[in-house]
Design a protein around this ligand. Sequence first.
Ligand SMILES: Cc1ncc(COP(=O)(O)O)c(C=O)c1O
Length: 405
Amino acid sequence: MAIKNKLKIAVGSLKIGSFAKKLIQKTLHNNRLTYGDITIEFENKFAREHGCRYGLFTVSGTSALQIALHAMKGLHAWKNGDEVLVPSVTFIATSNVVIQNGLKPVFVDVDPRTYLMSPENIKSHITSRTRAIMPVHLFGRPAEMKKITALARRYKLKVIVDSCETMGVEYLDKPLGQWGDIVCFSTYAAHLLITGVGGLAITNNSVYATKMRSLMNHGRDTIYYNIDQDDHVFSRKKMYKLVDRRFSFIDVGYSYRLTELEAALGLEGLRDLSANVAARQKNYRLFLEALAPYARDLQLPILQKGEVCACMMFPIVIRPESNIQRAELIAFLETHGIETRYAMPLLSQPIYQKLFPGYEKRYPVARWMDKNGFYIGCHQYLSEKDVRYVVTVFKKFFGHKTLFS
Ligand SMILES: Cc1ncc(COP(=O)(O)O)c(C=O)c1O
């Protein structure tokens, strides 16, 4: 076995281009870091490109989800212990924010072919205390929003979408922001658009947007969230009102703001998003074709005709009938410089085993993925040569021939 010395094929990567560097220089030159033109432009452009009127740039995807749920809970008078449906396979932040808001996450097993919340499993989990569904667009792939939003309408539930792993694509010819009441994204490292840390909540509902804007600003009176607002008030009466209310807090909020520097990175990321997604889709397709000879052992992504995936990563799950050991395959890949991650195990996490004892066994698909799933990168900086290298390593592991041989 080769000895791992330098990681060659990471799950994600970042290159900061000249556009962002110039914008950052300009920002530094202007001595303006807090919420200003660049953040406003990024929020507006990101929201518009995803089909929404309002966008809020927050410190993380988690904080975007946090304020989305908090706003919903307050505005719709949800009670502590009310229930929110979340998938059984996702990054832990999805269900953590439900718990942190005093609500109860109710897990819905995912579909074994898509790895996304199964609409067929949703109905049996709805009770008189269910208030919302939180589908997750996992691994770059939009959840089955047509069926999910129909169920939400039927049972009068809100839909908050965790789209932290998906952006820049449409679902059934409609932008992602139009599928759900609030849709949240992450711009953390290795994501589709990277600002270091960061996230966005987008919505078409002005009441939700105003509430979230306040919550991310310590719960401040929404009359004031930007120092530029002082500049345009010329009447004494209006100025007095502003001065009186600008240090007024109407909610127990958070400090979830970022700076103009992250927004500058965001604007560049947004400019490059569709090209980057296209490059990822190409790598994804190459993996699908070249790893097909191992499909007897490995379940590769199964996309429906016309389904568009943002290809955040390339998930693989070892089939139940295979005698391949995940630990052996992963160790082989890693020692050949190919980074892997488990496929979002959730219910087996030590903290969730404590909070939800025995749940692991109740969700067979999540359990199968937990024991057998992992993903590799398919990001835009991987060349065709890199993809061939990855396939060659699989080939070596299986001792077979592939399309590239
Ligand atoms: C599905 C999902 N939800 C939420 C998050 C949290 O995003 P952040 O790390 O920006 O808080 C992530 C991050 O990777 C994620 O993958």
